[in-house]
Design a protein around this ligand. Structure first.
Ligand code: SF4
Length: 288
């Protein structure tokens, strides 16, 4: 109850739902200090990763499994209207959002799974770009938040070209430097070298952001040789011509499905970020 009355409650409330909407949901993002409208292309909760820290509730059956793009478009337009009119901020938790966080920052492909697994991904990108152009214009970004596993699909590459032409950004996940740690944290059947190649090739075509979640596993943060390997991957990307806009370093913010997966302290996360900065000369922002 105390948190519900706190001005930061809106930042902490990351429920992926709004009213009875199926595919589009608002979030007040601490990352951007603005409103992000999330677009969920995976209401079926399908993901090709199984991260130890994933906050998607897969014990509750999904309300819907299929994406109907006409319904998604209706919801996106309605939510943009609610943002424009201020209706969005009438009720908690959004009524608690400070005025400076109420600007619309982005429309983000991010939901209950991996957006690049969605079949007609390019069609979804075209739809969102068109609605954005017709409603809020170019200043608002379209962000793809991805685990990078599907970035080599032709359909996804076509979608990325649409995003490139419409103020799009790719935020790709990289939580590990070695195959073994990747298997431990992300528990994916996708080969690690494919993830690395996808990030590298995508970043050669347009600047990308790297999103990395660092955590404690059974009380231990990432070991020093793992961090060295992680920095080595970033340095290899840069040497190969991949443009990295920034590294976003996170830790666990909400309860994880695995009790042994816990957050780093703010100091530990900051020390890790300082090491990445020193080794790679990249901009590293932290979200403790
Ligand atoms: S990539 Fe995202 S949705 Fe998929 S398991 Fe990891 S945290 Fe969950």
């Amino acid at each position: 109850m105390a948190e519900a009355n706190s001005p930061i409650a809106a930042h902490r409330d990351h429920r992926r739902s709004w009213r009875d909407f199926l595919y589009v949901y608002p979030v007040v993002s601490r990352r951007s200090r603005g409103v992000s409208l999330g677009i969920n292309l995976n209401p079926d909760q399908v993901c090709n990763f199984d991260c130890v820290y994933c906050e998607v509730d897969r014990r509750t059956p999904p309300r819907v499994r299929k994406v109907e793009l006409p319904v998604l478009e209706r919801e996106l337009r309605a939510l943009l209207d609610a943002w424009k009119s201020g209706e969005l901020f009438r009720d908690p938790p959004f009524s608690l959002a400070p005025p400076e966080t109420r600007r619309l920052n982005d429309l983000a492909f991010s939901g209950d799974g991996e957006p690049t697994t969605f079949g007609p991904f390019a069609e979804a990108c075209a739809l969102v770009a068109r609605v954005k152009r017709e409603t809020v214009g170019d200043a608002v970004k379209i962000v793809l938040i991805t685990d990078a596993a599907g970035l080599d699909r032709d359909e996804v590459k076509r979608g990325l070209e649409i995003l490139d032409a419409n103020h799009g950004e790719v935020w790709g996940k990289l939580d590990a430097g070695t195959e073994a740690y990747y298997r431990l944290v992300n528990r994916s059947h996708v080969r690690f070298d494919r993830i690395l190649a996808n990030l590298e090739n995508t970043g050669k075509k347009r600047p990308i952001c790297i999103q990395s979640l660092f955590l404690k596993i059974r009380g231990e943060g990432p070991p020093p040789d793992e961090i060295a390997a992680y920095c080595g991957r970033l340095k290899h990307f840069i040497a190969a011509g991949c443009k990295i806009r920034e590294v976003q370093a996170y830790t666990v913010a909400r309860p994880t499905p695995e009790a042994w997966a816990t957050s780093l302290s703010p100091d530990a996360l900051e020390a890790l970020a300082a090491r990445i900065r020193a080794e790679t000369v990249l901009k590293v922002v932290t979200y403790p």
